[in-house]
Ligand binder design. Structure first.
Ligand SMILES: NC(=O)c1ccc[n+]([C@@H]2O[C@H](COP(=O)([O-])OP(=O)(O)OC[C@H]3O[C@@H](n4cnc5c(N)ncnc54)[C@H](O)[C@@H]3O)[C@@H](O)[C@H]2O)c1
Length: 348
């Protein structure tokens, strides 16, 4: 039996509690939050026996070997490092950290402890994405020339996900002081992993970040609304492929749309998670140069990241994405911020 604790009991922690509870041989034994009423309600809702206020109390009083960190981005580094120091395996939410230095420290410490460490790039739960990585790595699309990807949300223009103007759970995501890197750090981080994972490491990038006016005086209460809500990125990869990434919270008509198209000289593929996590569309160039019709390939199920984290603990074999991958993507986020500030292309 693997005894697991959840650190942070806000919105996303529900997904962690449900996903871990569904894995045989795992028991969520404890949770903690800095908000006592929230952690008490969360423990009751998910039937978790131990509820603690703050990580210190959790570490002092609960018996567990693994933890997931599901707190606001600015706290990931400190909490994960404390957990690693206490000898716990850690699944940390994305982005791994809010600075490149913190992300590198986390990757280094995690490697030195030999404990299992993973970052929750959850769109890797798409079996079609896993297959796309294999297809490209096998050379089935030939040389990759071009790719484009987008991650579109609309919670700033609609209420389907709740009212951001009155909810602290949304407001911290709009405020740099509250540790947010805006749309780039929140969803751009997923897209950067989703695109560069299969296509290849980035060599240089250009990024334009935009923060639109959202409230009178640019603030709501304590929240200064200064984090970006749109990011436009052009990337050049070490293998020569070039691509564009488009990320926004203003995409009216799209709740949570993630798309990747990749084009090589022997074929192309596309993934559209609105259609299915399991569907890869692919077309190939025939030996006579004709482009064959697009085919739909259903790729079945793949273990989700919660299952892979637990499997890594059981086998002692570190699966991806680990903290080192989280730090690589953090370097891309950092380069995007520099590029946007300097209005210039950044080499990686
Ligand atoms: N992988 C994904 O697809 C995905 C989806 C949603 C959110 N997330 C990530 O999950 C994290 C949490 O997001 P959320 O939507 O649940 O936020 P949230 O604001 O709803 O919840 C965060 C919780 O953490 C608690 N907290 C803050 N500081 C703490 C500390 N030091 N110790 C313990 N608890 C603390 C807060 O009180 C709150 O209850 C973020 O990093 C976010 O980027 C990831």
């Amino acid at each position: 039996m693997i005894r697991l604790a959840i650190v942070g009991t806000g919105g996303m922690a529900n997904m962690h509690a449900q996903s871990f509870a569904a894995i045989e041989g795992v028991q969520v034994v404890a949770c903690c939050d800095i908000d006592e009423s929230r952690v008490t309600a969360f423990a009751a809702k998910h039937g978790i026996p131990g509820a603690f206020v703050g990580l210190e109390q959790l570490l002092a009083e609960a018996d567990f070997s693994a933890a997931s960190v599901v707190t606001p981005d600015s706290t990931h580094a400190e909490l994960s490092l404390q957990l690693l120091k206490a000898g716990k395996h850690v699944l940390c939410e994305k982005p791994l950290a809010t600075t490149i230095e913190d992300a590198d420290t986390m990757a280094r410490e995690a490697q030195q402890t030999g404990l299992i460490n993973m970052v929750n790039f959850s769109y890797r739960n798409s079996s079609a994405w896993q297959r796309a990585c294999e297809v490209i790595a096998n050379g089935d699309l030939g040389r990759i020339y071009h790719f484009h990807a987008h991650y579109l949300q609309s919670w700033l223009t609609s209420v389907e996900w709740g009212d951001w103007k009155t909810s602290p759970g949304w407001l911290w995501r709009l405020s740099r002081k509250h540790g947010s890197h805006g749309a780039l750090g929140d969803i751009g981080v997923h897209l950067l992993d989703f695109a560069t994972g299969p296509v290849g490491a980035a060599k240089s990038l250009y990024c334009h970040l935009k923060t639109f006016e959202k409230a009178e005086g640019g603030r709501i209460g304590d929240y200064v609304l200064d984090a970006n809500d749109t990011a436009l990125i052009t990337l050049e990869c070490a293998n020569g492929a070039v691509g564009t990434l488009s990320i926004t919270r203003w995409a009216t008509g799209h709740q949570n749309s993630l798309v990747l198209s990749v084009h090589g000289d022997r074929g192309a593929l596309r993934l559209d998670l609105d259609k299915s996590y399991e569907l890869m569309e692919i077309c190939r160039v025939a030996p006579d140069g004709r482009t064959e019709p697009w085919q739909r390939i259903y790729c079945g199920k793949t273990p989700n990241i919660y299952q892979r984290f637990i499997e890594s603990i059981r086998t002692g074999k570190q699966d991806q994405p680990d903290f080192a991958r989280g730090a690589e993507v953090q370097a891309l986020l950092h380069a995007c911020s520099i590029s946007s500030g300097q209005h210039s292309r950044v080499q990686l």
